[in-house]
Structure formats: structure tokens, C-alpha cells
Design a binder for this molecule. Structure first.
Ligand code: G1P
Length: 323
């Protein structure tokens, strides 16, 4: 793959060259699977979450995926290897489709590992990735592999908002009051302008995982960030926040307080949280139902499973009627 610094300065540069993917978490909510398999390699139908992120980053035009891994989680990087022996064996047997699947991740984007030696928080993980950027990159995207934001294309909208307003742009999602404690929550006001086809708001504050009472709104950060390079400096100036960790939210809040423009694109679509079985299973059902090969049979199977479950648990039907 062509290295970004080989590009002539006047050639058409993509808006974002590096996407940082924090993937150093322990995956405790997926134990025992995560004793040996990193959470990011668990498949949605047949494709690991990290490959879905690589696909989204490549569609954005990014050249480099800087994957932040813990020292004991380096095997994530193997997924981006060439696997030429396996590919050749499949080709010899006429299994071209499978061979294509083997090489896909490697061909999508140039993946580089960034090691986070200690789990000091999302902000710390992002800070570790600065060295992966070229000197002239003034913006970086961060994509959290736990979050699937659908339909694709939200980062492209965020790029357009940055072109209009400068600064940093995040993706916001509306949740219920009872869910805000899980997220970074935005304090927003109308933006001083608009971008065609995008609901954009100006952020005047951001707070990490507040209580329902403290939350400034129900608009929360999902895992898509388009951050000005200044974030790396802000990250060196924050102190441990929620959970005793260095929070990306706190660095963004610091930038806002210092006058840096921050906007959100309010996402008009859906989101799956691959970070726990409760979100991972619906993601698989959703993708599975849409899968050409497995969808039709899965639809029949799921309907049967639900019918059986309702027969065994009539109380769920009663609950459904109340809702
Ligand atoms: C992280 C961020 C939080 C954000 C969330 C989105 O939290 O700290 O601000 O709203 O991702 O998924 P985590 O889910 O890693 O605890």
C-alpha cells in the first residue's frame, strides 16, 4: 500500500488519513469468550467487528488504521495479515469467494498497531496514537469498534460539518433519560449556520457518564469522532476523570472551554453496541436477516424461536400489550 507521505503535496488528499481504533479493552462483558479471543474479532454474522470498522474507514478514504492494542492483544493485528497460503489453498479448490474473504481486510487499509501499555482510559488510548500520524495531518478520526453506526456515511457528514465550521465534530445519538449514564452527554445550542442534509448542533459542553439529574441533554456521543489534532495537546492536560480514567470527553470539554469549535451531527439512523452480548446479539440478528445467504432461513427460524418462547412465557405477550 502506498504510504501517505509518498503522496505529492498537491495530489487530492483524503479529508481524513488516519483513523484511530481503540481496541485495548479487556472485554470483560464477553467472558469467557474473551479469555482467548479479543472482543473485536467476534463476528457479526461472519465478519469481525474490527473488519467492519476497517471497511468504514476505507470508505471514508482513510489510508491508515491505527489500532490501539494492549500488549497481550496483539493478535488483533493478525487479522490484517496476508494469509497467502490459506488464500492459495482456497483458490486451488475453486473457493474463490472464500479466498476473497481471506484477503479482504488486508486490502482495505494499512493497519498499524499502537501499544497502550496500561489501561488508563479512552483518552489515554487515543493519546497513544499521535505518533502514528504524519506531521502534516491536522485532523484525526476516532472510531470505537463497539459502536456500529448505520447506515454508513455518518463520518462523511462530519467531514462536511468540519469544512463548514472548522474545529472538531462528533456524532450524537438521542437516547432515553435512563440511558445517559452510560455515555458522554452533550450540552448543545443551535449552530450558527447549516450544512445541507445534516442536522448539526453546536456543543457548549460535554460531560462523561452523568447521572440522569446532571445530564445536560439526552444527546450522547456514539463512537465516531472527527478531532482536530489539538486534541492530543488537550489529552496531555487532563487529569483522571470518571472511573479514575483519562477520558476523551474531558479533553473535548477542555477544548470547548478554551474556545475550540465543537459540533455534533445528530445521527438519523440506528446503532448497535457490540460491546456486550445484549447489543451484540441484536446486531447479529439484524445483519443476519439482511444476509443474502442466511437471511431467509434465519427469518423463519427466529419467528419460530419467538413463537416457542411466547408459548412458554405468556407473560411477555401481556407485557408487550401494555407497552
Ligand atoms: C465511551 C466514551 C463515551 C461514549 C461511548 C460511546 O464510553 O467514553 O463518552 O458515549 O464510548 O459508545 P465506553 O462505552 O467505552 O464506556
Amino acid at each position: 500500500m502506498q504510504k501517505s507521505h509518498d503522496l505529492a503535496p498537491d495530489s487530492a488528499q483524503p479529508a481524513v488519513r488516519t483513523v484511530v481504533v481503540p481496541a485495548a479493552g479487556m472485554g470483560t462483558r464477553f467472558l469467557p469468550a474473551t479469555k482467548t479471543v479479543p472482543k473485536e474479532l467476534l463476528p457479526v454474522v461472519d465478519t469481525p467487528g474490527i473488519e467492519l470498522i476497517a471497511e468504514e474507514a476505507a470508505a471514508l478514504g482513510a489510508e491508515r488504521l491505527a489500532i490501539v492494542v494492549a500488549p497481550e492483544k496483539q493478535e488483533i493485528m493478525r487479522h490484517f495479515g496476508e494469509f497467502s497460503a490459506l488464500r492459495n489453498r482456497l483458490m486451488e479448490r475453486g473457493k474463490d469467494e472464500q479466498a476473497e474473504k481471506v484477503s479482504r481486510a488486508n486490502g482495505l487499509i494499512h493497519a498499524v498497531a499502537v501499544t497502550q501499555d496500561e489501561p488508563l482510559g479512552l483518552g489515554h488510548a487515543v493519546g497513544c496514537a499521535e505518533a502514528a500520524l504524519d506531521a502534516e495531518e491536522d485532523v484525526v478520526a476516532v472510531m470505537l469498534p463497539d459502536d456500529l453506526v448505520l447506515p454508513a456515511g455518518v463520518m462523511e457528514k462530519m467531514v462536511r460539518v468540519r469544512e463548514e465550521f472548522g474545529g472538531s465534530v462528533l456524532c450524537a445519538f438521542n437516547v432515553t433519560e435512563d440511558e445517559v449514564f452510560n455515555y458522554g452527554v452533550f450540552d448543545v445550542v443551535p449552530a450558527d449556520g447549516d450544512v445541507a442534509g445534516v442536522e448539526v448542533l453546536k456543543v457548549r459542553g460535554m460531560v462523561e457518564k452523568p447521572s440522569k439529574e446532571e445530564a445536560p441533554s439526552t444527546l450522547v456521543a456514539t463512537g465516531r469522532y472527527l478531532l482536530d489534532r489539538a486534541v492530543f495537546d488537550a489529552l496531555t492536560r487532563i487529569t483522571p476523570g470518571k472511573g479514575g480514567e483519562l477520558q476523551l470527553t474531558d479533553a473535548i470539554e477542555l477544548m470547548i472551554q478554551e474556545g475550540h469549535p465543537v459540533h455534533v451531527v445528530v445521527h438519523d439512523g440506528k446503532r448497535h453496541d457490540l460491546g456486550n452480548p445484549g447489543g451484540y446479539i441484536p446486531a447479529n440478528v439484524d445483519f443476519g436477516l439482511r444476509d443474502e445467504k442466511y437471511g431467509p432461513a434465519l427469518y423463519t427460524a427466529i419467528k419460530q424461536i419467538i413463537a416457542d418462547f411466547e408459548a412458554e412465557h405468556p407473560e411477555v405477550l401481556a407485557r408487550g400489550e401494555q407497552a
